[in-house]
Design a binder for this molecule. Structure first.
Ligand code: NI
Length: 178
């Protein structure tokens, strides 16, 4: 497995709509290796989610994982999940704002409103159909990561740019987290 290079804000791949995979493509060694490498890359950079465009691949793949550890907030574990060709449906009109960051926009955070409850239908890495329902932080991860496949970044979803902050300044002055 290898650690992949992360694409950063301004790279056109982050603004392109991704291509859905066929079952045959998904099962190819090339794509299976890409998924393995994305997992390795997510772990290397200590992220909670990664979309293929963030590793310069315009393909409809996202991975997510959140494991509670010392120093991380208690938000419920999300085991490693691979979503291929995901389709997200909001299950609530309610939105809630929370701080988001992105490996493609390093050291920046901003408050983003997201649906509080969503459903996502996708294939897993073997092409098996899965349906997930999620709320709260897990719903935020799903919406953030699947937005990447539409060429949308979290800063596009912010309603008030005034919360945009460097992580260092957030740690120093941002006392109203969640
Ligand atoms: Ni992101």
């Amino acid at each position: 497995m290898s650690i992949l290079k992360i694409s950063h804000l301004g790279h056109p791949v982050l603004r392109k709509k991704t291509k859905d995979l066929t079952l045959a493509e998904l099962k190819s060694p090339l794509i299976q290796k890409l998924i393995d490498d994305m997992v390795e890359t997510l772990h290397e950079f200590d992220g909670v989610g990664l979309a293929a465009p963030q590793v310069h691949e315009s393909k409809s793949i996202v991975i997510m994982e959140y494991i509670e550890e010392p120093g991380r907030k208690s938000r419920g574990d999300m085991p490693l999940t691979v979503l291929v060709n995901p389709v997200v449906t909001p299950l609530s009109d309610d939105k809630q704002e929370s701080w988001e960051g992105c490996l493609s926009i390093p050291d920046i955070r901003g408050k983003v409103p997201r649906h509080t409850k969503v459903q996502v239908k996708a294939w897993d890495r073997n092409g098996k159909e899965i349906t997930l329902k999620a709320t709260g932080f897990h719903a935020v991860i799903i919406q953030h990561e699947t937005d990447h496949l539409k060429g949308i970044l979290f800063i596009d979803r912010m309603e008030d740019m005034k919360s945009l902050t460097f992580l260092k300044e957030l740690a120093r002055y941002g006392l109203d987290e969640e």
